[in-house]
Design a protein. Structure first.
Length: 661
């Protein structure tokens, strides 16, 4: 660290810190024009020049580009500083005398327009001052290269490249957001927002956070959602061999850098959120599959995303990136969901390895863990609509369990324990054994255990922020309401809790970052023109959430029994599972259950742990239903529907059939 003195106060900064950053750390804001923290400094306008004392000598330097390498004093308001800034601003005024941003600097430093007029004098208030912010933002934030300077000296101007057939402008608006003079404007928005300026303002704020924090927090712009693969493995959350285990010893073969360096070629923002430049969806060009109708042909692959990598990877015992890219390709082309495919096949593979299935029952397929060739063959048969086992498989785990029980294949209790589905929907790719809140997030979701519900696992298991049943119930109240609202409005949750300012970084408490909720509120209000606030957001979502629950009931499910989950989502089913984490489970038996595992068989320990965890889940359901204003059987009460203003006769007719409403 290097000592720097400013305003009589000495602070320490890291080597390489700019004078601008050091001044801010010391409580002094130096005004800038061509600088923005989203992009690299340029130092062209000279409006931030500042006097420093270095080695006993005074000198004037651009604060945005000059970096601290040795002890210095920053004289941010000295006569020499003010004179240098005044001269810099007067030079700009000679060419652009009426630009409001420059007029503000003139007032600040007492600058006046020089008597000698610039030969290219431009008297417009809205005009380009050649700060270069738009060019740097396009290149560094959006990761495109659409804008550039043309010409030199007085003939210099900003232009759009003419050879844009392969890399066209994606219309993200970043250049317009960052322009300090308003010279770049967005026109002709097909969405016809009621207040486009409001949307642009908050889009810029989102854009700024992504640019400043993503690289160090998530790396979404570099890796896409593939970055989750390594994190899940490290935290024992990665589904392996049908959710038996939470990590795989060969996981390094599938981590994000492998996909970035060897596969991903498409890296453009998706345009799904005005101002967002995450580019979370990646793609592969020129991939040559080894099987199927595209065999040997160069084809593009959309993704793959984390859910595919995990569910069709270690959950199936497959750690071959080529095989995963091919499975992803054909799932997309056949119109098959990769999560349901991977989770259902993992269930089938475990059944095969336990003798419940064999090749005579699967149409000759040897569906054991690790057999990528057999997984692809099943996928092709499913895609072709073949009858027999592929048709049964295509109906999902719930129907497979029913079929196996009818045929007398396997123990019914074991099938229920390892068949990872609830409400007929296959589990998305997170191991929930050690997160009671996440178990409830999957089990008590109206739509089933899909990946929209997956963030509570970090709040609960990783950060230990939900210690009591009431805390978990509160999380299971607000979290689904936020996510429901996002889905209703076509917005994702990434900018709610995946990108966080440093003061909130990795707190896993997205509802406590009011700026992020404010972004959603202002997007909605800016688009619709209707009055809106965060309270209305939750109220609207709660209405829909309760309406969905009543609709579930009308369809014949949605009570307490339908919110229960397979035991593997709660704890170890087999001796192999228990013994793989025996130290963890033995400790829990002693400390949480009050059961001494010493001298007990694995079966006895599994039974004791199971009784405890199933009871914990029942208590969680009680707490959640109470918080939601539902009956103990998970049915919204008439009073709740009335309080939400949705006590329509059709809804009341449904809930009145259940006791206690």
């Amino acid at each position: 660290m290097i000592p720097v003195t400013i305003s009589g106060k000495t602070i320490e900064v890291e080597p390489g810190t700019t004078v601008l950053e050091a001044a801010k750390a010391g409580g002094v804001e130096i005004p800038t024009l061509c600088f923005n923290p989203m992009v690299s400094p340029y130092g062209v306008c000279k409006s931030c020049v500042t006097e420093i004392v270095l080695g006993g000598k005074n000198r004037i330097v651009p604060a945005c580009t000059y970096r601290v390498r040795e002890p210095m004093e920053i004289l941010h308001d000295s006569d020499a500083t003010m004179a240098a800034r005044r001269a810099a601003v007067e030079k700009l005024l000679s060419r652009w005398p009426n630009v409001p941003a420059l007029r503000r600097f003139a007032d600040l430093y007492g600058a006046v327009e020089p008597a000698e007029k610039h030969p290219l004098r431009d008297e417009r208030e809205v005009t380009c001052v050649l700060c270069g912010l738009c060019i740097r933002a396009c290149r560094e934030v959006v990761m495109e290269n659409v804008l550039s300077f043309s010409g030199k000296g007085d003939s210099r101007r900003v232009v759009m490249r003419t050879d844009l057939t392969s890399e066209p402008c994606i219309g993200c608006g970043t250049c317009a957001y960052i322009c300090p003079t308003g010279a770049i404007r967005l026109e002709g928005d097909p969405n016809n927002p009621a207040d486009p300026d409001r949307i642009r303002k908050y889009g810029m704020r989102v854009n700024r956070e992504v640019a400043m924090y993503d690289d160090e927090q998530s790396g979404m712009r570099k890796w896409g959602t593939s970055f989750l693969f390594g994190i899940m493995n490290d935290y024992d959350l990665l589904p392996t061999h049908n959710f038996k285990f939470g990590s795989h010893p060969d996981a390094d073969a599938m981590r994000a850098p492998v996909w970035k360096e060897r596969y991903f070629t498409q890296n453009i923002p998706d345009g799904c959120w005005l101002g967002c430049t995450l580019a979370c969806a990646k793609g592969i060009d020129g991939f040559r599959p080894k099987t199927g109708p595209f065999q040997g042909k160069p084809v593009p692959v959309d993704g793959p995303e984390y859910e595919t990598l995990a569910g069709c990877g270690p959950s199936l015992g497959i750690l071959d990136p080529d095989a995963l890219a091919e499975i992803n390709l054909y799932c997309d082309n056949y119109g098959i969901d990769t999560i349901s495919f991977g989770t259902a096949l993992a269930f089938v593979m475990e059944c095969f390895e336990n003798g419940i299935l064999d090749a005579s029952k699967t149409g000759g397929l040897e569906l054991t863990f690790g057999r990528a060739d057999q997984a692809l063959e099943l996928l092709h048969r499913l895609g072709r609509g073949e009858k027999g086992f592929p048709a049964d498989f295509g109906k999902g785990i719930r129907n497979l369990k029913k079929r196996f029980k009818e045929e007398g294949w396997g123990d019914p209790g074991f099938l229920d324990d390892i068949g990872m589905e609830t409400k007929g929907l296959e589990f998305s790719e997170y191991v929930t054994k050690e997160s009671l809140a996440q178990q409830g997030g999957y089990g008590m979701a109206n739509k089933g255990p899909q990946h929209d519900e997956a963030w509570l696992i970090f709040m609960d298991q990783v950060s230990n922020l939900l210690p009591t049943f009431e805390d978990k119930a509160e999380g299971l109240h607000y979290f689904p309401l936020f996510r429901t609202w996002f889905g209703l409005n076509g917005l994702c949750k990434l900018l709610w809790n995946d990108i966080q300012p440093p003061d909130n970084a990795l707190t896993d408490e997205p509802e406590k970052i009011p700026e992020h909720v404010e972004n959603y509120v202002n997007y909605y209000a800016g688009m619709t023109g209707r009055p809106f606030d965060k309270e209305r957001l939750i109220e609207d979502s709660e209405r829909v959430f309760n309406f969905q629950r009543v609709f579930n009931l009308r369809m014949g499910y949605g009570t307490r029994k339908d919110d229960r989950i397979p035991y593997r989502a709660m704890g170890p089913v087999t001796a192999e599972e228990y013994e793989s984490r025996s130290e963890r489970y033995d400790t829990q038996l002693r400390e949480k259950v009050g059961f001494d595992p010493e001298g007990k068989s694995t079966a006895e320990k599994i039974a004791a742990l199971r009784a405890f965890r199933e009871d914990q889940y029942e208590q969680l359901m009680d707490a959640v239903y109470k918080r939601r204003g539902w009956t103990p059987d998970a049915v919204p009460t008439k009073a709740k529907l009335k309080a939400l203003g949705i006590d329509f006769p059709e809804l009341l007719e449904v809930v009145e059939k259940f006791p206690g409403t």
